[in-house]
Design a binder for this molecule. Structure first.
Ligand code: SF4
Length: 455
């Protein structure tokens, strides 16, 4: 049985926006390629001269808007997503003549903006978001090649790499139902099981895991705070104005008493989503495109409701669990299943998070997550001009409100009477995603993207 053995910290990654599969994944691919070059035989190393990169599928079709070329270049220059300088990243490759040097041990290889090509035709690779990185000699002899698949949420697969046999986690489950049965069998809380599995994967103690999740929460709150403080126009040709600060100002004005709750949720989710669109540091939850939804809710609970960090961490354990189950049984990639896999899963994570923070049972948590995802089924990914701005930014705010509503409905319902479970809605999402035309899966070839461009 292929069990879930994903680390919470692979779900919640800190990195630059605007798209985890188009920025964090490719940056990690560049860095991984560099690491592998360092262990090449001496003869190949001494002949190393230049690097070329090809981007396929949705990485080619929307990669310019997402800054995929800059992300892979940054990885080749040794940057890591969690600590990359986003100002430097934004200016990379701006000079087409500039020659960059990727260093691996005492050796290096050069590349320029032209070395990274967007290959927009069809391809035969098994995943849409594919990168080919190659090292050549001065006479164009191929010295090394790696193919990477950026499979959503910043996760990366390397061609030929097999998932290790056996499972290192003590509590083996593959979906929500089997996780629920584990809690009964061992008379453990969901948090205890998640923490023990995480300890086995990361080698951290329970206390260290909770501390690290607090750091993730701080990073989420930072992204909201920065977004609320920012103004002006977001990068790219759409020239979309930031709105979070104004929505916040309106939320706090005395004449909005009855709508303040909704406007605050909107403002906080918009703030982090705008930071993502600006290419600044955000936390994937489960992706960068959906990095406003859960962080907006977290910020609301912390800043407005004064919820203690300990409770928020409890909620994060559940949000991470929901993302892992969604990734294992369906997808969290817009390029694979459309936006239902990003904003839909983010809403499910957030609804489950809210139920956990408020002390509800695992059954209510599952019910909240199911309702939130169910009402995102069929949601396409059609970013205008390939930029994670329209509809993505507003979608985070609308998704946050839906998530809160799903939690509320679940919290006053009898979960035994729920007809559709979280596992079933994931199956429905996967089927829907598979039936979707590629035009609606992060290619900017259909839907809102095309309509708006035609208008
Ligand atoms: S439409 Fe949704 S899935 Fe597509 S880029 Fe925007 S947030 Fe991501």
């Amino acid at each position: 049985m292929n069990c879930i053995a994903t680390s919470l910290f692979d779900i919640f990654k800190i990195g630059p926006g605007p798209s985890s599969s188009h920025t964090i994944g490719p940056m990690r691919a560049g860095a991984d390629f560099l690491k592998r070059l360092a262990s090449l035989p001496a003869g190949q190393l001494s002949a190393a001269h230049h690097i070329e990169v090809e981007l396929f599928g949705s990485l080619a079709l929307t990669g310019k808007g997402h800054g995929t070329d800059r992300a892979v270049a940054a990885g080749l220059l040794g940057d890591r997503p969690e600590c990359c300088d986003t100002e430097r990243l934004a200016s990379l490759l701006s000079d087409p003549e500039k020659v960059y040097r990727a260093s691996f041990g005492p050796h290096d290889a050069i590349f320029t903006k032209q070395s990274i090509r967007f290959h927009s035709g069809k391809h035969d690779f098994p995943y849409s978001n594919t990168l080919a990185l190659r090292l050549f000699s001065e006479t164009d002899e191929l010295l090394a090649e790696e193919i990477y698949y950026s499979v959503g949420g910043g996760f990366l697969l390397r061609e030929g790499e097999t998932v290790p046999e056996g499972n290192p986690v003590p509590y083996r489950y593959r979906n929500f139902e089997s996780f629920r049965r584990l809690t009964e069998k061992y008379a453990m809380t969901p948090a205890e099981i998640i923490l023990e599995n995480e300890a086995a994967l990361s080698g951290l103690s329970g206390e260290e895991i909770r501390a690290r999740l607090s750091t993730v929460i701080e990073a989420m709150c930072d992204s909201v705070r920065r977004g609320l403080d920012a103004s002006g126009v977001l990068p790219g040709p759409i020239r979309l104005s930031r709105r979070a600060a104004e929505v916040y100002r309106r939320a706090m004005s005395p004449d909005t008493d009855d709508t303040r709750f909704l406007l605050l949720l909107d403002a906080f989710a918009l703030a982090a989503a705008e930071e993502n669109a600006a290419g600044h540091l955000v936390v994937t939850a489960p992706t960068s495109g959906s990095a406003g939804l859960l962080p907006g809710i977290v910020y609301f609970l912390r800043g407005i409701r004064g919820v203690r960090m300990e409770k928020l961490v409890d909620g994060m354990l559940i949000a991470g669990l929901i993302a892992m189950i969604a990734r294992r049984n369906a997808s969290i990639s817009g390029a694979e299943v459309g936006c239902q896999g990003e904003i839909g899963v983010a809403a499910a994570m957030s609804a489950g998070f809210l139920a956990a923070v408020h002390g509800y049972s695992l059954d209510v948590i599952g019910c909240a997550a199911e309702i939130a995802l169910e009402h995102h089924l069929g949601l396409s990914c059609d970013p205008v001009d390939g930029y994670v701005q329209i509809p993505c930014i507003e979608r985070n705010a609308v998704g946050a409100v839906t998530a809160w509503n799903a939690y509320m409905i679940a919290s006053v319902s009898n979960p035994d009477k729920q007809k559709v479970g979280f596992d079933e809605v994931l199956e429905a999402m996967l089927q829907t995603g598979r039936s979707m035309s590629p035009a609606f899966k992060e290619t900017a070839l259909g839907g809102l993207a095309v309509c708006t461009l035609c208008g």
